[in-house]
Write a protein of this length. Structure first.
Length: 52
């Protein structure tokens, strides 16, 4: 299921968002706030840019 979500995010928002989603997932599973924060930031940049 995770692979399907990552493929959709990559198709819709690009590689940066896919990398952000991967880092966010790894950070949450490993309970690493830095990794999750960087992943969240990378995930929001393409989403915000696509909206404008």
């Amino acid at each position: 299921m995770t692979l399907v979500v990552e493929q959709f995010v990559q198709w819709r928002f690009g590689y940066v968002a896919a990398l952000g989603l991967t880092l966010l997932t790894i950070g949450v599973k490993a309970e690493n706030a830095t990794c999750a924060g960087v992943g969240g930031a990378l995930l929001t940049v393409p989403v915000v840019a696509a909206g404008t």
